[in-house]
Design a protein around this ligand. Structure first.
Ligand SMILES: Cc1cc2nc3c(=O)[nH]c(=O)nc-3n(C[C@H](O)[C@H](O)[C@H](O)COP(=O)(O)OP(=O)(O)OC[C@H]3O[C@@H](n4cnc5c(N)ncnc54)[C@H](O)[C@@H]3O)c2cc1C
Length: 399
């Protein structure tokens, strides 16, 4: 039986683990955190990603765990509606996807369908990797060194193991924006829309529903890198207070709530990952670690699901791992290239700096939401989630 070590129990890691196990591999899943990570906000499952979920028998569960968001609504500083875009009704359309779920609930659902024979190892991480003959030899922070047939790196955008095995190869394409996310107490006036307020000076304030009785809040602002993502939450929140100081109302409500409880608070730079090759010998990189398209694309989760499925399917199909890893890249590259193509000027144009810029942006939104624009079939906010044919790898069932 072939063996795989998967490092990172996020979306890509759990999807790859499920499929490798289904195809008859012995799988060990390593996660740096002590448990599955429970933070994160609304993520979209679209197109081919949704097909993978269906093939795992999880579509109904994901539907039942949906956030209940009915669409995306742009509002002005007084809370008046500027433009509304109802949620998608198919596999891929809409800024709010038909299958939208909290990241933690998606990862929990993916993990729940892993059989017990998939070994979970929490609270450990890789410190060294060597490739000798036909084995990958791995050294861990805590556990004993071990060797595997294949190492899959699924550690997300800031992957350490990727940087260890492919030093100097990754290019993080910075998109000039910070986004902070958190869960805050729900108020009666919070509705089921993704309420998006362009707040001027390159800022945005967003409130979204969830299925846990809280409200999901985001604060975004354009700025050059200043290392904010590496600071403690208290200092991050203090900086956000400076950035949104002139903006009472929702921004202050969000920051007051997060200052009291930052259990679910998360701040990062908006960025994409570009990696010239996603494989090296018997090592493959998958999901955000290899090809993060950024949260702006709405495609990160679908790429992670699809990448995990295709990587596992190709490894099950080819006798020689070199053929399998080459096919994984060939199948995924064009899909990833499309997903990483952001709308022109993103995120700058969607976050105007001046009052006139906000007014112009709102005019554009009203036009895009108008009946004639919709009648013309305007597929605004519809990412290229279906632009890949998912092979049907004949399932080898065991157990
Ligand atoms: C805590 C968190 C919150 C997020 N919140 C949002 C959000 O609100 N909106 C959004 O659009 N996207 C969010 N994302 C990103 C989103 O999950 C991904 O874009 C997408 O689902 C692709 O998933 P992935 O499995 O490739 O990476 P991720 O979901 O980032 O998962 C990577 C996993 O690897 C683990 N890991 C990292 N380094 C190591 C290591 N050295 N050794 C072992 N394990 C390691 C991490 O703990 C994590 O469990 C979040 C990611 C994380 C980790």
């Amino acid at each position: 039986m072939q063996t795989a070590l998967i490092s990172g129990a996020g979306v890509a890691g759990t999807a790859a683990a499920y499929w490798l196990d289904r195809f008859g591999w012995r799988v060990t899943m390593l996660e740096r955190a002590e448990t599955l990570r429970t933070t994160g906000q609304n993520v979209d499952v679209r197109g081919a990603g949704r097909d993978v979920i269906r093939r795992m028998g999880l579509d109904d569960r994901i539907a039942a765990s949906g956030t209940g968001e009915v669409g995306t609504r742009f509002v002005d500083a007084r809370g008046r509606t500027v433009a509304e875009f109802p949620a998608g009704t198919g596999d891929s359309d809409g800024a709010t996807a038909e299958r939208e779920i909290l990241r933690a609930q998606l990862v929990a659902a993916l993990d729940d369908v892993l059989p017990d024979r998939v070994e979970h190892r929490f609270g450990d991480a890789i410190t060294a990797v060597g490739q000798h003959g036909d084995r990958v030899e791995v050294t861990f922070q805590h556990g004993r060194p071990q060797s595997f047939d294949i190492l899959v790196i699924a550690e997300g955008i800031r992957s350490d193991t990727r940087d260890l095995v492919l030093p100097g190869r990754v290019h993080i394409r910075d998109l000039g924006q910070y986004i902070a996310y958190g869960a805050i107490p729900r108020l009666d006036r919070d509705d089921r829309w993704w309420n998006w307020l362009p707040a001027g000076r390159g800022r945005a304030v967003m409130l979204r529903p969830d299925n846990l009785g809280t409200t999901r809040a985001s604060l975004a602002f354009l700025a050059p890198p200043e290392g904010l993502e590496r600071l403690e939450p208290d200092r991050q929140i203090a900086r956000l207070r400076e950035v949104f100081a002139d903006h009472p109302g929702p921004a202050r409500r969000i920051l007051d709530a997060l200052a009291g409880d930052h259990g679910d608070f998360y701040l990062d730079r908006v960025a994409q990952v570009r990696l010239p090759s996603w494989t090296s010998g018997r090592i493959a990189v998958v999901g955000d670690a290899a090809y993060c398209p950024s949260p702006i694309s709405g495609m990160g989760t679908s790429l992670a699901l699809t990448g995990g499925y295709i990587l596992a399917g190709e490894l099950a199909t080819w006798r020689d791992h070199r053929d399998a890893l080459r096919r994984y890249e060939e199948r995924m590259r064009p899909y990833v290239a499309k997903a990483q193509q952001l709308p022109p000027g993103a995120p700058r144009l969607a976050n105007p700096r001046t009052r006139a810029g906000v007014a112009l942006f709102n005019t554009g939104l009203r036009l895009a939401a108008s009946r004639p624009a919709r009648a013309l079939g305007g597929r605004l906010f519809t990412p290229p989630a279906e632009s890949i044919d998912l092979p049907d790898y004949g399932l080898i069932r065991h157990g």
